[in-house]
Design a protein around this ligand. Sequence first.
Ligand code: OSB
Ligand code: MG
Length: 380
Amino acid sequence: MNNLQIDAVHLREINLPLAHPFETSFGVTTARRILLVELEANGVTSWGECVAGEHPYFSEETVDTAWLIAETELAPKLLDAGAELSGGGSCPHLFSQVRGHRMAKAALENAVWDLEAQVQAVSLANLLGGVRETIACGVSIGIQSSLQVLLQKIATEVEAGYQRIKLKCKPGWDVKVFEAVRDRWPDIRLSCDANSAYRMRDFDHIAQWEQFNLMMIEQPLWYDDFYFHSMLQKRLETPICLDESIRNRRDALAAIDMDSCRIINIKVGRVSGFSEAIAIHNAAEERGIPVWCGGMLETGIGRSHNIALSSLANFSLPGDVSASARYWEQDIIEPEVTVSRAGEIVVPQGPGRGYEVMRDRVELLTVRKTTIRSKARVMA
Ligand code: OSB
Ligand code: MG
């Protein structure tokens, strides 16, 4: 394949309030500060979205660390890659000298895949190896002010057609919540996500959740643990799903081998981009472990990338990829992402990501912006 020659990397931060606050065991988010990457190359522009939050609560990265590393380390490597850059698949090697900072790497790498799809005039889903025409959608519902408010939210999402309801949980917001939900909906596909809120002293408590027929329990223990999750999984029939702990393919292999989890949530930002996400997907598939695509309250740019990834074969469980309107009064892409009554999103088949970025709107939301160009090439 021909080289991609990147002429400029534009970084910008946009600020966007969420339509509804989102509460997890690690805190409440009411508005997002989002780092967007735009690449100019081969006569087209492509986009990437960094999923790092404002605070280092989900992972070590923040929007500010990602900005710094993207500007000073990663963008220069992309711009000066020369013949080493033939597509998104070149990025892991190009960025390999930089340890960690996976969300920053993913924002740039995914923009390169987005570019490659446009240059080759194929859909991003196709380029990634996707095979699905539609993807199955679930929702992640945050901790609410009361049980009554939660039940109302669930009713809305079930009626909308979503195929799986995931409840954020933490000590004090678990058993009585699952009980009330199962009382009203004995048969819906239900799961929970603790974002590391439990410890070993809670094993007996968690064992009580078996009665609620949960599809999975997501990341109950430490964010960086495999061993104690495997201890817990030994005591449970309910599958554990790992999110935070899985940073790359090797982590997935270790976790599967140790029986730390029986399902994996793949977030493209958490694992440093599409290349590693595909590698995890394949490793899990070979070992009979289903995966699904997680979400990080993305705008339409990250969401469209999640849709493309979710079209791979082993994304066989409904993901946390849902309609734009659940997050934003107005998204930054056109058309916005919609979900059918059957709880599905149609995977775009046209060239690239399949959704147009609303440039004027992005410009209005921008609070800082910088452009990086090749120093080597300017001087040559
Ligand atoms: O653990 O999956 C998570 C949001 C922010 C940080 C972590 C998580 C989440 C979600 C929301 O569950 C998923 C979404 O709807 O985008
Ligand atoms: Mg999670």
